[in-house]
Design a protein around this ligand. Sequence first.
Ligand SMILES: NC(=O)c1ccc[n+]([C@@H]2O[C@H](COP(=O)([O-])OP(=O)(O)OC[C@H]3O[C@@H](n4cnc5c(N)ncnc54)[C@H](OP(=O)(O)O)[C@@H]3O)[C@@H](O)[C@H]2O)c1
Length: 211
Amino acid sequence: MAPFVTVNCAASADGKIALSNRRKVNLSNTLDLERLHILRAENDAILVGIETVLQDDPSLTIRNNSSSDNNLIRIVLDTKFRTPLNARVMNEESKTVIATGNNGFTSPKNNVEIISCGSNEVDLHLLMKKLSDMGVENLLVEGGAKVIWSFFREGLVDKFILFVSSKIIGGATTPTIAGGRGFDKESSLIQLKMEKVEEIGDGALITYTKK
Ligand SMILES: NC(=O)c1ccc[n+]([C@@H]2O[C@H](COP(=O)([O-])OP(=O)(O)OC[C@H]3O[C@@H](n4cnc5c(N)ncnc54)[C@H](OP(=O)(O)O)[C@@H]3O)[C@@H](O)[C@H]2O)c1
Protein backbone atom coordinates (compact mmCIF):
# COMPACT_ATOMS: atom_id res chain seq x y z
CA MET A 1 0.00 0.00 0.00
CA ALA A 2 1.24 3.51 -0.80
CA PRO A 3 2.55 5.46 2.20
CA PHE A 4 0.19 7.86 3.98
CA VAL A 5 1.51 11.28 2.97
CA THR A 6 1.47 14.28 5.31
CA VAL A 7 2.67 17.65 4.04
CA ASN A 8 3.83 20.04 6.76
CA CYS A 9 4.65 23.63 5.99
CA ALA A 10 5.26 26.87 7.88
CA ALA A 11 4.19 30.01 6.02
CA SER A 12 4.00 33.74 6.62
CA ALA A 13 0.60 35.41 6.89
CA ASP A 14 0.96 36.23 3.18
CA GLY A 15 1.66 32.63 2.19
CA LYS A 16 5.44 32.78 1.68
CA ILE A 17 7.81 30.07 2.89
CA ALA A 18 11.23 31.75 2.53
CA LEU A 19 12.76 35.22 2.28
CA SER A 20 12.51 37.12 -1.02
CA ASN A 21 16.09 35.99 -1.83
CA ARG A 22 14.91 32.36 -1.25
CA ARG A 23 16.97 32.14 1.95
CA LYS A 24 15.65 30.12 4.87
CA VAL A 25 13.44 31.89 7.36
CA ASN A 26 12.20 30.60 10.71
CA LEU A 27 8.46 31.07 10.60
CA SER A 28 7.50 28.50 13.25
CA ASN A 29 7.44 29.58 16.88
CA THR A 30 8.83 27.42 19.72
CA LEU A 31 5.55 25.58 20.27
CA ASP A 32 5.21 24.83 16.58
CA LEU A 33 8.77 23.52 16.39
CA GLU A 34 8.03 21.16 19.29
CA ARG A 35 4.95 19.96 17.41
CA LEU A 36 7.01 19.48 14.24
CA HIS A 37 9.54 17.23 15.97
CA ILE A 38 6.75 15.12 17.47
CA LEU A 39 5.23 14.85 14.00
CA ARG A 40 8.59 13.79 12.55
CA ALA A 41 8.85 11.05 15.18
CA GLU A 42 5.43 9.72 14.12
CA ASN A 43 6.61 9.20 10.54
CA ASP A 44 8.94 6.62 8.97
CA ALA A 45 10.49 8.94 6.41
CA ILE A 46 10.87 12.65 5.68
CA LEU A 47 11.19 14.11 2.17
CA VAL A 48 12.42 17.39 0.66
CA GLY A 49 13.49 18.64 -2.77
CA ILE A 50 17.11 19.27 -3.76
CA GLU A 51 16.62 23.06 -3.82
CA THR A 52 15.72 22.96 -0.12
CA VAL A 53 18.88 20.95 0.58
CA LEU A 54 21.03 23.43 -1.38
CA GLN A 55 19.33 26.49 0.13
CA ASP A 56 18.68 25.50 3.75
CA ASP A 57 21.06 22.53 4.37
CA PRO A 58 18.61 20.83 6.79
CA SER A 59 19.66 17.72 8.73
CA LEU A 60 16.07 16.37 8.78
CA THR A 61 16.56 14.52 12.04
CA ILE A 62 14.50 14.47 15.20
CA ARG A 63 15.76 17.01 17.71
CA ASN A 64 17.18 15.74 21.02
CA ASN A 65 17.21 12.26 19.61
CA SER A 66 20.55 10.71 20.52
CA SER A 67 19.80 7.28 19.03
CA SER A 68 20.24 7.23 15.26
CA ASP A 69 18.00 4.14 15.13
CA ASN A 70 15.06 6.33 15.98
CA ASN A 71 15.68 8.85 13.23
CA LEU A 72 13.59 8.71 10.12
CA ILE A 73 14.77 7.83 6.65
CA ARG A 74 15.64 11.05 4.84
CA ILE A 75 14.63 11.31 1.18
CA VAL A 76 15.78 13.92 -1.32
CA LEU A 77 14.15 14.38 -4.74
CA ASP A 78 17.26 14.99 -6.81
CA THR A 79 17.04 13.92 -10.46
CA LYS A 80 20.65 14.78 -11.33
CA PHE A 81 22.17 13.83 -7.92
CA ARG A 82 23.35 17.33 -6.99
CA THR A 83 23.22 16.73 -3.22
CA PRO A 84 26.69 17.69 -1.92
CA LEU A 85 28.56 14.98 -0.02
CA ASN A 86 28.97 17.38 2.90
CA ALA A 87 25.28 18.32 3.07
CA ARG A 88 23.85 17.73 6.56
CA VAL A 89 21.25 15.39 5.06
CA MET A 90 24.11 13.03 4.11
CA ASN A 91 25.56 12.82 7.64
CA GLU A 92 25.70 9.53 9.55
CA GLU A 93 22.80 10.37 11.86
CA SER A 94 20.36 8.42 9.72
CA LYS A 95 19.82 6.63 6.45
CA THR A 96 19.37 8.80 3.36
CA VAL A 97 17.65 7.92 0.11
CA ILE A 98 18.42 10.02 -2.96
CA ALA A 99 15.63 9.63 -5.49
CA THR A 100 17.24 10.35 -8.86
CA GLY A 101 16.44 10.02 -12.54
CA ASN A 102 17.50 6.91 -14.45
CA ASN A 103 21.15 7.91 -14.69
CA GLY A 104 22.92 4.98 -13.05
CA PHE A 105 24.33 6.93 -10.11
CA THR A 106 26.13 4.94 -7.43
CA SER A 107 26.06 5.58 -3.71
CA PRO A 108 29.07 7.45 -2.32
CA LYS A 109 28.44 6.44 1.33
CA ASN A 110 27.22 3.47 3.37
CA ASN A 111 24.20 5.27 4.80
CA VAL A 112 23.12 6.59 1.38
CA GLU A 113 20.92 4.64 -1.02
CA ILE A 114 20.22 5.78 -4.57
CA ILE A 115 16.92 4.85 -6.14
CA SER A 116 16.17 5.71 -9.76
CA CYS A 117 12.66 6.91 -10.37
CA GLY A 118 12.09 8.43 -13.79
CA SER A 119 13.84 10.76 -16.21
CA ASN A 120 12.86 14.47 -16.32
CA GLU A 121 11.86 14.57 -12.67
CA VAL A 122 11.28 11.98 -10.00
CA ASP A 123 8.12 10.00 -10.78
CA LEU A 124 6.31 10.30 -7.45
CA HIS A 125 4.02 7.29 -8.01
CA LEU A 126 7.03 5.08 -8.75
CA LEU A 127 8.79 6.52 -5.70
CA MET A 128 5.74 5.77 -3.49
CA LYS A 129 5.82 2.17 -4.72
CA LYS A 130 9.55 1.85 -3.96
CA LEU A 131 9.14 3.45 -0.52
CA SER A 132 6.28 1.10 0.24
CA ASP A 133 8.53 -1.85 -0.69
CA MET A 134 11.10 -0.44 1.75
CA GLY A 135 8.48 -0.53 4.52
CA VAL A 136 7.65 3.19 4.64
CA GLU A 137 4.04 3.51 5.80
CA ASN A 138 4.01 7.16 6.84
CA LEU A 139 5.83 9.82 4.83
CA LEU A 140 6.29 13.44 5.90
CA VAL A 141 6.87 15.95 3.10
CA GLU A 142 8.46 19.20 4.25
CA GLY A 143 8.93 21.11 1.00
CA GLY A 144 9.92 23.21 -0.72
CA ALA A 145 7.37 24.90 -2.91
CA LYS A 146 7.87 22.83 -6.06
CA VAL A 147 7.81 19.52 -4.21
CA ILE A 148 4.63 20.43 -2.32
CA TRP A 149 3.00 21.41 -5.62
CA SER A 150 4.01 18.09 -7.22
CA PHE A 151 2.53 16.04 -4.38
CA PHE A 152 -0.76 17.96 -4.61
CA ARG A 153 -0.80 17.80 -8.43
CA GLU A 154 -0.37 14.03 -8.33
CA GLY A 155 -3.19 13.63 -5.78
CA LEU A 156 -0.81 12.12 -3.23
CA VAL A 157 -1.46 14.35 -0.20
CA ASP A 158 -3.52 12.67 2.52
CA LYS A 159 -3.03 15.34 5.18
CA PHE A 160 -1.83 18.94 4.92
CA ILE A 161 -0.69 20.71 8.09
CA LEU A 162 -0.10 24.42 7.68
CA PHE A 163 1.34 26.73 10.33
CA VAL A 164 0.52 30.35 9.50
CA SER A 165 2.75 32.79 11.33
CA SER A 166 1.92 36.43 12.05
CA LYS A 167 4.68 37.77 9.81
CA ILE A 168 4.55 39.30 6.33
CA ILE A 169 7.38 38.70 3.83
CA GLY A 170 6.06 39.97 0.50
CA GLY A 171 7.78 39.73 -2.88
CA ALA A 172 6.31 38.63 -6.20
CA THR A 173 8.84 35.83 -6.68
CA THR A 174 9.24 34.78 -3.05
CA PRO A 175 8.55 31.01 -2.72
CA THR A 176 4.97 30.31 -1.69
CA ILE A 177 3.50 27.16 -0.13
CA ALA A 178 2.86 25.47 -3.49
CA GLY A 179 5.00 26.56 -6.45
CA GLY A 180 5.28 24.80 -9.81
CA ARG A 181 2.92 25.72 -12.65
CA GLY A 182 -0.29 25.90 -10.67
CA PHE A 183 -3.76 25.46 -12.14
CA ASP A 184 -5.17 27.90 -14.68
CA LYS A 185 -8.74 26.60 -14.58
CA GLU A 186 -11.09 26.92 -11.63
CA SER A 187 -12.42 23.43 -12.38
CA SER A 188 -8.96 21.96 -11.77
CA LEU A 189 -8.51 23.34 -8.24
CA ILE A 190 -7.94 20.85 -5.46
CA GLN A 191 -10.65 21.07 -2.81
CA LEU A 192 -9.45 20.13 0.67
CA LYS A 193 -11.45 19.37 3.78
CA MET A 194 -10.56 21.62 6.71
CA GLU A 195 -10.39 19.37 9.78
CA LYS A 196 -9.06 21.64 12.52
CA VAL A 197 -7.89 25.18 13.28
CA GLU A 198 -5.79 25.73 16.41
CA GLU A 199 -4.12 28.77 17.91
CA ILE A 200 -0.45 28.08 18.66
CA GLY A 201 1.11 31.09 20.35
CA ASP A 202 1.11 33.88 17.77
CA GLY A 203 0.26 31.55 14.88
CA ALA A 204 -2.54 29.38 13.55
CA LEU A 205 -2.27 25.69 12.79
CA ILE A 206 -4.67 24.44 10.14
CA THR A 207 -5.10 20.75 9.39
CA TYR A 208 -6.64 19.70 6.09
CA THR A 209 -7.38 16.27 4.71
CA LYS A 210 -8.50 15.03 1.30
CA LYS A 211 -12.11 15.91 0.48
N1 LIG B 1 8.82 27.25 5.39
C1 LIG B 1 8.92 25.96 5.12
O1 LIG B 1 8.20 25.14 5.74
C2 LIG B 1 9.91 25.47 4.10
C3 LIG B 1 10.25 24.11 4.07
C4 LIG B 1 11.15 23.68 3.07
C5 LIG B 1 11.69 24.58 2.17
N2 LIG B 1 11.35 25.88 2.25
C6 LIG B 1 11.91 26.86 1.24
O2 LIG B 1 11.55 26.39 -0.05
C7 LIG B 1 12.52 26.90 -1.01
C8 LIG B 1 12.90 25.77 -1.94
O3 LIG B 1 11.76 25.38 -2.68
P1 LIG B 1 11.84 25.17 -4.26
O4 LIG B 1 10.45 25.13 -4.78
O5 LIG B 1 12.79 26.16 -4.84
O6 LIG B 1 12.57 23.76 -4.41
P2 LIG B 1 12.27 22.29 -3.77
O7 LIG B 1 10.81 22.02 -3.83
O8 LIG B 1 12.97 22.18 -2.48
O9 LIG B 1 13.07 21.36 -4.80
C9 LIG B 1 12.62 21.28 -6.14
C10 LIG B 1 13.57 20.44 -6.96
O10 LIG B 1 13.44 19.05 -6.62
C11 LIG B 1 13.73 18.29 -7.77
N3 LIG B 1 12.64 17.36 -8.08
C12 LIG B 1 12.82 16.11 -8.58
N4 LIG B 1 11.67 15.51 -8.80
C13 LIG B 1 10.69 16.39 -8.45
C14 LIG B 1 9.27 16.31 -8.48
N5 LIG B 1 8.60 15.21 -8.90
N6 LIG B 1 8.58 17.40 -8.08
C15 LIG B 1 9.22 18.51 -7.63
N7 LIG B 1 10.56 18.63 -7.59
C16 LIG B 1 11.32 17.57 -7.99
C17 LIG B 1 13.91 19.25 -8.93
O11 LIG B 1 15.31 19.48 -9.13
P3 LIG B 1 16.11 18.48 -10.15
O12 LIG B 1 15.49 18.70 -11.49
O13 LIG B 1 17.52 18.90 -10.06
O14 LIG B 1 15.86 17.11 -9.64
C18 LIG B 1 13.27 20.51 -8.42
O15 LIG B 1 13.76 21.69 -9.01
C19 LIG B 1 13.71 27.40 -0.20
O16 LIG B 1 13.70 28.81 -0.27
C20 LIG B 1 13.42 26.92 1.22
O17 LIG B 1 13.91 27.83 2.19
C21 LIG B 1 10.49 26.35 3.19
